[in-house]
Design a protein around this ligand. Structure first.
Ligand code: NOJ
Length: 553
């Protein structure tokens, strides 16, 4: 059987240790607290936990400014606690992937401190320097409006250093073979401590040529193969998941024609067009994005997501489409960020409307790829727009109605907790939703269970079906002699669709996987379904004996 590529049918849950659960009472989450919540995650059906950076860090970019890639921030515990955690996850059959932030370090990292002190330092060439301010220093900022330049003068070094992100995150000179060797060593280290792979931060920047004379960055894709080879030799089933907001024409360069580069890449094209479809009810750009991102090697997989810990980046939409999303979901400029995105959580964007939330999650779990869920989204957590930039959507997990949402026993939490109002922990928390059979939490748990029983979504070939209605997305998945359909109505009004589901099994009936509303074709062979506003359907084509019909290859 060649279906042991675990990441093809995984359910990934992204969390920051700091915001999840504080067991030692200092007001910040820690590994001990996270360990106590592993049964919750297992019960939800999560198969893989993705940890955001937990390394020693001054914490000026939520841990993406690392000072020691081989350590654990003492606030969260020790390396010993980390290993206890990966062990506890393994005991529950869950895998752990961690963020690998090696495009840059913190300016407090000893490598940078050494490098700036002397041109003769062995670390000098680990960073990217220029004696004069490069002419393009005010271009290419990732955080426009907050970050003013990509080259900053360092008085100690008496030179400018390059930083793609904030000025406290100097870029590593990733072309330097010593830096490349160090990156491999870091990966090898964490693999020994029990991780199953890495979410690689900022991949296009890691492989880009860097320097004062670079006007058009050239990417060195060979580096991706070197990372992949190393990881796979060390541990056959370890994966690399790339954060790479790229154009479809470059997809195969990241996966590798022979599937020899990244195992997984986040699908930003689908993410952006999906939000446009949610805002405007128009599924055409989403269908286009699904079509153009369809080609990938057999071992390659897309990471699908709704919201993540960053702003919802809408930079790849047209001006008009982006404006439609802003108008619908972020009309107040304080909800927008970096001139291109939205910094809110999903639930407030969708005005807490259960029908829309259910539809959005149903969609996430039926897209062609592996779903990545963000902590707190399973209970519809909100945001705190009084916090700066992306911090508004990184508040503490809301566990119960106890003080500070049961996140900490500290008198004053170190991580902001949302209190009062419609999204406060008093209303939105795990304990309440656990007791309510109709809650978002219990509904997502049921969806995840069904998703796992439909490997077609993660493994299959996807074909959009013609429904005659641009508000509706109907996808068919084929895999091993089985087929499933996922249908979603993006409009706030009901409609009737008529469609040909394609070749069936023993019976022409479509079996509804979530309710009793099955569908039989009319005499013309077409299925006619009335979709309610924001309605969704999961169907199995050709009867429930599908497992008896599934082929081995
Ligand atoms: C991408 C991460 O997702 C983001 O949170 C971070 O600020 C930048 N990379 C810099 O590491």
């Amino acid at each position: 059987m060649i279906n042991d590529l675990w990441y093809k049918n995984a359910v990934v849950y992204c969390l920051s240790v700091e915001s999840f659960m504080d067991a030692d009472g200092d007001g910040f989450g820690d590994f001990k607290g996270l360990m106590r919540r592993l049964d919750y995650l297992q019960g939800l059906g999560v198969t893989t936990v993705w940890l955001m950076p937990f390394h020693p860090s001054p914490g000026r970019d939520h841990g993406y400014d690392v000072t020691d890639h081989y350590g654990v921030n003492p606030r969260y515990g020790s390396l010993g606690d980390f290993v206890e955690f990966t062990h506890a996850a393994k005991q529950r059959g869950m895998r752990v992937i961690i963020d690998l932030v090696i495009n840059h370090t913190s300016d407090q990292h000893v490598w940078f401190q050494e490098a700036r002190r002397s041109p003769k330092s062995r670390f000098r060439d680990w960073y990217v320097w220029s004696d004069k301010k490069p002419p393009n220093a005010d271009e290419g900022m990732v955080f426009p409006g907050v970050q003013e330049t990509t080259w900053t003068y360092d008085k100690v070094a008496k030179a400018y250093y390059f930083h793609r992100f904030y000025e406290f995150q100097p870029d590593l000179n990733t072309a330097n073979p010593d830096v490349q060797a160090e990156i491999l060593k870091i990966m090898g280290f964490w693999i020994e401590l029990g991780v199953s792979g890495f979410r690689m931060d900022a991949v296009p920047f890691i492989i880009s040529e860097k320097g004062p004379h670079v006007t058009k960055p050239i990417e060195h894709f060979g580096m991706l193969r070197a990372f992949r080879e190393f990881v796979q030799w060390r541990q056959g089933d370890a994966v690399l998941l790339a954060e790479a907001n790229i154009l479809p024409e470059d997809d195969m360069k990241y996966f590798g024609d022979d599937g020899d580069r990244m195992h997984m890449v986040f699908n930003f094209q689908v993410n952006q067009t999906l939000f446009y479809a949610l805002a405007a009810g128009d599924t055409r750009p989403l269908i286009k994005a699904l079509n153009v991102t369809e080609p990938r090697p057999a071992t390659g997989q897309w990471g699908m997501f709704l919201r993540n810990h960053d702003e919802l980046d809408l930079g790849r939409l047209t001006e008009k489409q982006r404006q439609a999303v802003f108008d619908a979901f972020a009309p107040d400029p304080c909800m927008q960020l970096y001139h291109r995105g939205i910094r809110r959580r999903l639930a407030p964007m969708l005005a807490g409307d259960d029908r829309r939330l259910e539809m959005a999650y149903s969609l996430l779990f039926t897209l062609p790829g592996t779903p990545v869920l963000r902590y707190g989204d399973e209970i519809g957590m909100g945001d705190d727009l009084s916090l700066p930039e992306r911090e508004c959507a990184r508040t503490a997990m809301q566990w119960s109605t106890e003080p500070h949402g049961g996140f900490t026993k500290a008198a004053k939490p170190g991580v902001p907790v949302i209190e009062g109002g419609p999204y406060g922990y008093e209303h939105v928390n795990v304990a309440n939703q656990r007791r309510d059979p109709n809650s978002l939490l219990n509904w997502i748990e049921r969806l995840i269970r069904m998703r796992k029983e439909c490997p077609e979504f993660g493994w299959g070939d996807v074909t959009p079906l013609e429904t005659g209605n641009t508000n509706v997305l109907a996808l068919r998945y084929d895999w091993r002699n089985n087929a499933v359909l996922a249908i979603h109505n993006f409009a706030g009004k009901p409609c009737e669709i008529a469609f040909d589901p394609g070749p069936g099994g023993e019976t022409p009936r479509l079996m509804n996987l979530l309710s009793d509303a099955h569908s039989d074709p009319g005499e013309d062979g077409l299925h006619r379904i009335v979709m309610e506003a924001f309605g969704y359907r999961w169907f199995r084509v050709g009867g429930l004996d599908y497992l008896l019909r599934r082929s081995d290859l």
